[in-house]
Design a protein around this ligand. Structure first.
Ligand code: UDP
Ligand code: MG
Length: 324
């Protein structure tokens, strides 16, 4: 049998006092089973990241770490937001583990596919995406907006995994890859596919949040979606140019139409020139804005300073290093 894996599960928590006891209980049970099966080793950990909670979240985490050696805690100085808390947790643990799984605190994502994720890791996958089978438990509104969001992202040319949120396993080297992304505006489900390496999906049914309220109210959700699109795609800028071009074509048709009207004498004084100039100037303005947008788009890509590539393997290089 293969060597058991040193697994870290990273759980961002914001005002999660209502769920932490149950979540840790279920996760510890699962850890026990996975240890018995020889899947994970004794150094494996569940790491709760307190994202500046205002309730008893941190004192509960503190208690849990004292009662169970498998549990550790990280406390952020203030609320940094889900994506930042998750990234911070992953970056903190990446050098201690073979692979890390990120999961929400509320058990909406079925923890029982964790062994499958780990098995896929053992089989050589660096990234294992948790993908939701069905979303019956979400409200109709959340379901439709979510589908709309994934479709829109794909339409904008952003490579994201359909129905995957932030429930995923990443190997240490995939985390090292992720660490090379220096951007401040995090949208992890868009960034992880950019890292590369071999990836696969595991499927699960999404449960209801068993206690507490969603920490993603509509306003936060919309701003997250907007951030996702504008951090990954310059398509909206391109759309301005395209729209400008369409308006220019209309201006041309309008010019012919106005000319014909003028020739057959159907127009009042000034009508034709007014119509043509309004359309023409409108088209030219949109095209110009789009053109300026192209340059801003280039700037936007440059200021991100994303890694151009991530190296997967060296051949012969390792020996050189060992000789040193
Ligand atoms: N969360 C966080 N910081 C925040 C908001 C949320 O760490 O500012 C955590 C939250 O505790 C949970 C996860 O992010 O573990 C997802 O939030 P939630 O379950 O409320 O979102 P939903 O499932 O409703 O989209
Ligand atoms: Mg949730």
């Amino acid at each position: 049998m293969s060597k058991s894996v040193n697994l870290y599960v990273v759980v961002p928590c914001y005002n999660e006092e209502a769920v932490l006891h149950e979540t840790s209980k279920q996760m510890l049970e699962l850890f026990g089973e996975m240890k018995n099966d020889g899947l994970i080793n004794d150094n494996s950990r569940i790491v709760f990241v307190d994202d500046g909670s205002k309730d008893k979240t941190w004192s509960i985490i503190d208690e849990l770490t004292k009662a169970h050696t498998e549990i550790s805690g990280i406390k952020l100085a203030k609320n940094a937001g889900h994506q930042n808390a998750l990234f911070g947790g992953l970056m903190t643990v990446k050098d201690d583990c073979d692979c890390a799984i990120s999961i929400d605190a509320d058990l909406q994502d079925d923890i029982h596919v964790i062994p499958d994720m780990v098995r896929n890791f053992i089989d050589g996958y660096d990234v294992v995406y948790g993908v939701r089978n069905k979303r019956d438990t979400d409200t109709f509104f959340k379901r439709t907006t979510a589908v709309g969001f994934y479709k829109l992202m794909q339409f904008m040319g952003v490579n994201i995994v359909f129905n995957h949120a932030d429930y995923r396993l990443m190997s240490k080297r995939a985390l090292d890859g992720l660490a090379q992304f220096p951007e401040r505006n995090l949208f992890l489900r868009g960034m992880v596919p950019l890292v590369g390496y071999r990836s696969t999906n595991v499927y699960y049914d999404r449960n209801e949040r068993f206690a507490g309220e969603s920490k993603y109210p509509l306003k936060k959700m919309l701003s997250f979606a907007f951030d996702g699109i504008t951090s990954f795609s310059i398509s909206p800028i391109r759309m301005i140019s395209a729209f400008g071009a369409i308006v220019c074509v209309f201006a041309f048709i309008m010019a012919i139409y106005a000319l014909v009207q003028k020739i057959i004498g159907h127009t009042g004084a000034g009508w034709a020139s007014l119509m043509v100039s309004i359309w023409f100037i409108g088209g030219v303005q949109l095209l110009s804005v789009g053109l300026i947008g192209e340059y801003i788009g280039k700037l936007y890509k440059e200021v991100k300073r994303r890694p151009r590539y991530i190296i997967e393997a060296y051949v012969n290089e390792k020996e050189k290093e060992d000789d040193k």
